[in-house]
Write a protein that binds this ligand. Sequence first.
Ligand SMILES: Nc1ncnc2c1ncn2[C@@H]1O[C@H](COP(=O)(O)OP(=O)(O)OP(=O)(O)O)[C@@H](O)[C@H]1O
Ligand SMILES: [Mg+2]
Length: 346
Amino acid sequence: MSLLTGSTSDFFGLDIGTTAIRLVQLRGPSSPKALVKYAYVPLEGNVALSESKGDQQKLAKAIEQLVSQSGVSTKNVAVGIPSSRVFTTVADVDRLPGNELAKAIRYQADSLIPTPLADSKMDWAVIGDSPSDKVKQEILLSSVTNKFVEARLDLLEGIGLNVIAFEPDNLAMARALAISDPKAQLILDVGRLSTDLVVIQNGAPHLTRSIPNGVEAIVRATAQNLNIDAKQAEQFVFKFGMSKEKLEGQVLQAISGTVDLLTSEIEKSIKFFQTRYAGMTIERIVVTGGASVIPEFPLYIANKFGLNVEIGNAWRNVSYAQDRQNELLSISNQFGVAVGLAERSS
Ligand SMILES: Nc1ncnc2c1ncn2[C@@H]1O[C@H](COP(=O)(O)OP(=O)(O)OP(=O)(O)O)[C@@H](O)[C@H]1O
Ligand SMILES: [Mg+2]
C-alpha cells in the first residue's frame, strides 16, 4: 500500500525516525533481494518532529549527507510516514472490479477518514472477505494530510531526491518482519515516543495501531523512580532491563508500571482482533525497535500473554554476504522500516 506510487525498480527505502535516519537499497526483482547499501545517522533532539524552518533545514541537510555518504546509486526513494501522522481504519466495501472499487471507496471515504477528502491522500489494500457481512469485502484504508506529504516532498525534492512512494511506517515494518506463516501474528515496534502494532494474518495486515508510549516513557519512569538523570536512566534500562536479579530488580520495579500501560493497550488490540475475527488466534508476537534490546523485555511480554515472542530480524528476507551477518544483526532492531520500504515491489 502506498500513498503515492510511481514505478521503478531502482530506489532506496528511507526511514526518518525520531532518533535516527536510516536508508536501505536492495537489488533484485524478487524475494530475497540482495543488500546493496545501508546507512544511518543519529538525529539530535527534536529535529525529526519539529516543524520549525531551522529544524527542517537541519533534517534536510542530515538526509542529504547520509544519502551522499551512503553511496546509493539512485535518487529514487520510497519514504516512510510516521504512524502517528497516518489515520488507518478497516472498512467493509462492496465487491467490485478495480476501477469501480476505487470510485466506491472515494465515495465512502468522507465518512471514514477524519480529515476532508480534498485535503488528504488516501490509499487502501484489500484484506479479504468481511467477517461481518458475507456479500462485502474488507479493506484497510490509510490517509494522511496533503499538508504533511507536501512538506516532506518539498524537503526531499529540495535535496534532489525523487520520491516514488510514501508508505506508513508500520506497514513497511510489517513487510520486513512478518514471519511466513498463515497464522495470525502481532508485530510490535517499540520506538522512542510511540509503539506501532500490526496484526498480520495470511500476509495481510488486518489491524494497525500507534500507541503513544515507548522507550522515552520507560527511561523517564526509571529516572523518576530511581532519582537519577535521564542519561544514567537510559544506561540502566538497556543494561539491566526487566531482570529480577540485576540491581535487585530495581529497574524492573521502576518501569513495570509504564510497560504495563503498553501491554494493556496491546491486550485490547488482541481482544479486538480475536472478537472481530472469530476463530483466528494470534500465535506469536514479533518485537522490534528500541525496546526489543532491553534485557528481558521480550520475555516479559511472552509471560504476560503466554505467547511465543521472537525478536524480529529486519534482514530475514534479504540476502547478503555471510561475513556481514554480525554487523547487520546488531542493528536489525532499528532497520525494520527502512528494509520494508526497500522490499516494496516498486
Ligand atoms: N542497542 C541499543 N542500546 C541502547 N539503546 C538503544 C538500542 N537500540 C535502540 N536504543 C534506543 O531505543 C530508543 C528507540 O529506538 P528506535 O530505533 O526504535 O527509535 P526510532 O525508530 O528513532 O523511533 P520512532 O520509531 O518512534 O520514530 C532510542 O532512544 C534508541 O537510542
Ligand atoms: Mg522506528
